[in-house]
Design a protein around this ligand. Structure first.
Ligand code: SF4
Length: 243
């Protein structure tokens, strides 16, 4: 684990040297808690609230602890990665067709009971809506989602929830590698092995369904066609399955 962390840091330094913008998170030492065979509900509730607060501290506009059963995986979500084809489809190892297929994800997610769902507000809205700005605009917002998901997953892991798993928004090729060729597909070595993760939608999670279920506003944004005035807000969403 320590080796991988160091490799993340080295990759970040290299990218900065190459004048690619990358946000660096302060490395904080986490306290490891002894793993117990069966988690007690009281402890789990306290921990889930701690992770929710951490998401807010790291810049989330809102975060909720939800039952994992709220999450719906739908084959049609994954279909939307290829029809119409996303520019990241097949371009990054954390995007389809390389991500776990919906059937497998459904079986996996059934084993979790709790998750922390969080969102960031995209401001200015033009970072997502404006035809000229959205490509660069996406990077910063989706990078933040990767960072929050990674930080909460690491916290939970060190608290003994060793199966905690986080999912972000968008593709890590955009969010972390600033559009460079995916180094994993190129040479088998991801630049950000601990930070890079699939998006929720990339594994078939119906994000729109989930977000409306918890009462958050969300709008479809088809950059070229939509009237920006009709988009009430733009958000970016991530999730960490805890236990
Ligand atoms: S090298 Fe970049 S694009 Fe490829 S998996 Fe890692 S972070 Fe994602």
């Amino acid at each position: 684990m320590i080796g991988l962390k160091q490799s993340d840091d080295i990759s970040e330094r290299l990218l900065i040297k190459g004048r690619v913008r990358v946000t660096i998170m302060a490395t904080e030492k986490l306290k490891a808690r002894k793993v117990v065979r069966k988690s007690c509900l009281k402890q789990l509730t306290t921990d889930a609230e701690k992770y929710r607060m951490k998401a807010l501290e790291l810049g989330a506009a809102d975060a909720k602890v939800i039952p994992a059963s709220h999450v719906v995986v739908d084959e049609r979500v994954r279909l939307k990665c290829s029809v119409p084809r996303c520019h990241l489809y097949g371009e990054c190892v954390n995007c389809p067709p390389y991500t776990p297929p919906p059937g497998q994800m459904r079986r996996i997610l059934k084993k979790y009971k709790y998750a922390v769902l969080f969102k960031t507000h995209v401001s200015p809205k033009t970072d997502f809506v404006d035809d000229e700005k959205w490509h660069v605009g996406h990077m910063m917002h989706q990078r933040r989602i990767h960072e929050i998901a990674g930080a909460i997953e690491a916290l939970a892991f060190n608290d003994g929830y060793y199966l905690a798993a986080g999912f972000a928004a968008g593709g890590c090729k955009t969010a972390l590698c600033s559009g460079q060729v995916c180094q994993f597909l190129d040479s088998g070595r991801c630049r950000f092995p601990l930070k890079a993760r699939p998006s929720m939608e990339g594994v078939g999670i119906d994000v729109f369904d989930l977000v409306t279920k918890v009462g958050w506003d969300v709008y479809p944004i088809a950059v070229r066609e939509v009237d920006p005035e009709s988009v009430g807000c733009a958000i970016s969403v991530g999730i960490v399955f805890i236990h």
